[in-house]
Each structure stands twice: as structure tokens, then as C-alpha cells.
Design a protein around this ligand. Structure first.
Ligand SMILES: Nc1ncnc2c1ncn2[C@@H]1O[C@H](COP(=O)(O)OP(=O)(O)O)[C@@H](O)[C@H]1O
Ligand SMILES: [Mg+2]
Length: 254
């Protein structure tokens, strides 16, 4: 690292420290490493990541293909286990939780949005959104109420009874966003949510994510290679050589 980059890093770190005194840390990641072994070869993907994610912020994660963005998101989401380090979510270190606690953590605190929506083809929008709620708590009328409200939030109040094949790609992704929120998560993890959409639909998804963040005070980790989207986040993290290069922050209200 040259002197200039070092100075920038220190400056970014200081800015971050200033913010942390006034902001609530939702996810605190310390010394996070991930090593995969493939054909007896160790691939060291994440090499000691330290970052605090503040409540109510949208943080974009960029980086070249293969840089470890999905690996990072999957670790934060408890879908994979780190080789070293800790991930403290709302005061609880999720590393080392048993399978039951981890799946409870995922179901109650996290909403996942992926590039492909994975909606169930034989179910309507309303049913697709309700399902994760019914898995947690079998209360059909409450599930319907929540799902209807969320589908209204994403502008699909008139598509409740449509099946995925009867909706456009952008609409399907909006159903997936509503589904991610049905259990009232505080944190949303999105992996290339606009990766499969054209520009107009990407803009729509962007608008919806920002609106939902404001409405529900969500903390959003947004993996994307779309720089247009990434630069509009409150903070942009760029993954390179296993760590975040910069910790640029764009706090809207400062
Ligand atoms: N389950 C796995 N086993 C072995 N290697 C993996 C596994 N998952 C990812 N990798 C490797 O880790 C690196 C980072 O992958 P990934 O996190 O998917 O990158 P990105 O999402 O930034 O494109 C890649 O070199 C990939 O091949
Ligand atoms: Mg990826």
C-alpha cells in the first residue's frame, strides 16, 4: 500500500469512527477470513475484514467477479461459516451458533434477495410472499395481511393473485423483495438484485429498496456490479485482494 492510499484509508477510518459515536452498529465484523479448499488447494478469499455496518444505512459492496462478494454476504447471512473472525449482529456473535439458532436468526432477522427470484411457479404472488411467514407461525389471516401490505408497498397491489409466469421479470423481483420482508427483518442482504433486469426495472428496484429502507429503517447490504446503483448507497465498500479497499461514505443528511 502506498503512502497516499494509506492516508486515505486512515482518513476514511477516522470519518467512520466519528460516525460510529452517533450511529447504532447493527453488524460488527472483525478479522473475517474465508479459505476454501479446492482440489487440495487453499483459496484464501477473505483476508481479515473489519467493518461496522450502521442501522438504517444502505451499504453497497462492489468488486470484480470472483473477488468474494457473495462469499462475504453468505457469511453475514449465516449461510456459510468463516474460517476465522466474528460477525456480531445486534450484539450476538453468529459464528458458532448451532444450526437451530442460526436458522432462527436467518428467519427472524434477515431478508435475502438474490439475482434470481426463486419464486414458486405454482403459487400466486400473495402465496409466495406469505410462505416464509407461515413457516414461522401458522396464522393465515395475519400472513395474508402482511403479504398484501408488502405487495402494496412494492406497487403490486393489483397483482396479488397472479402467478410468476403471469408477471414481468421486474414484477417477479418485486414479489421476491416483498417475500424477503414478510417476517419483519431488520437487515436485508441483496446479491445482485438487479443483475438480471433491464435499466428501467433496475431503477424501479432501486427506488423500492430505498423507499422500504426509509419506511422500515432497514439496514441493507447490497452486492452489485452496477456502479450506478452502488454509488447511490450511503456507503460504498470495494472488495479487492480479500479486503475492503476504501471505506467511502456518502451520508445523505450530513
Ligand atoms: N464453495 C466454494 N468452494 C470453493 N471455492 C469457492 C466456493 N465459493 C466460492 N469460491 C471461490 O471463491 C472466490 C470468490 O467467489 P464469490 O464470493 O462467489 O465471488 P463474487 O461473488 O465476488 O463473484 C472465487 O474464486 C470462487 O471460485
Ligand atoms: Mg457473486
Amino acid at each position: 500500500m502506498n503512502k497516499e492510499t494509506q492516508a486515505q484509508e486512515t482518513q476514511a477510518q477516522e470519518t467512520q469512527n466519528d460516525k460510529s459515536s452517533s450511529k447504532d452498529v447493527t453488524v460488527k465484523i472483525s478479522n473475517l477470513h474465508k479459505v476454501y479448499s479446492r482440489d487440495k488447494l487453499a483459496v484464501h478469499v477473505l483476508k481479515g475484514i473489519d467493518v461496522d455496518i450502521y442501522r438504517g444505512t444502505i451499504v453497497s459492496v462492489t468488486g470484480e467477479s470472483g473477488s468474494g462478494k457473495s462469499t462475504f454476504l453468505n457469511l453475514v447471512g449465516g449461510l456459510d461459516v468463516p474460517s476465522r473472525g466474528s460477525i456480531v449482529v445486534n450484539g450476538v456473535n453468529i459464528v458458532g451458533l448451532d444450526d437451530n439458532s442460526l436458522s432462527r436468526f436467518r428467519n427472524t432477522q434477515l431478508g435475502f434477495i438474490f439475482q434470481f427470484h426463486y419464486l414458486l411457479p405454482d403459487f400466486t404472488a400473495l402465496e409466495n410472499v406469505m410462505l416464509p411467514y407461515l413457516k414461522m407461525k401458522y396464522d393465515k389471516s395475519e400472513g395474508e395481511k402482511r403479504a398484501t401490505k408488502l405487495l402494496n408497498d412494492v406497487g403490486l397491489g393489483k397483482r396479488l393473485h397472479h402467478k410468476p409466469s403471469e408477471m414481468s421479470g421486474g414484477e417477479q423481483q418485486r414479489v421476491a423483495i416483498a417475500r424477503a420482508l414478510v417476517n419483519n427483518p431488520q437487515i436485508v442482504l441483496a446479491d445482485e438484485p438487479t443483475g438480471n433486469l433491464d435499466e428501467d426495472n433496475s431503477d424501479m428496484i432501486k427506488k423500492i429498496l430505498w423507499e422500504l429502507r426509509d419506511r422500515y429503517n432497514l439496514t441493507v447490504l447490497l452486492v452489485t456490479h452496477d456502479l450506478n446503483l452502488a454509488t447511490q448507497a450511503d456507503r460504498m465498500l470495494k472488495l479487492k485482494h480479500g479486503t475492503f479497499m476504501n471505506k467511502t461514505e456518502y451520508f445523505k443528511n450530513d
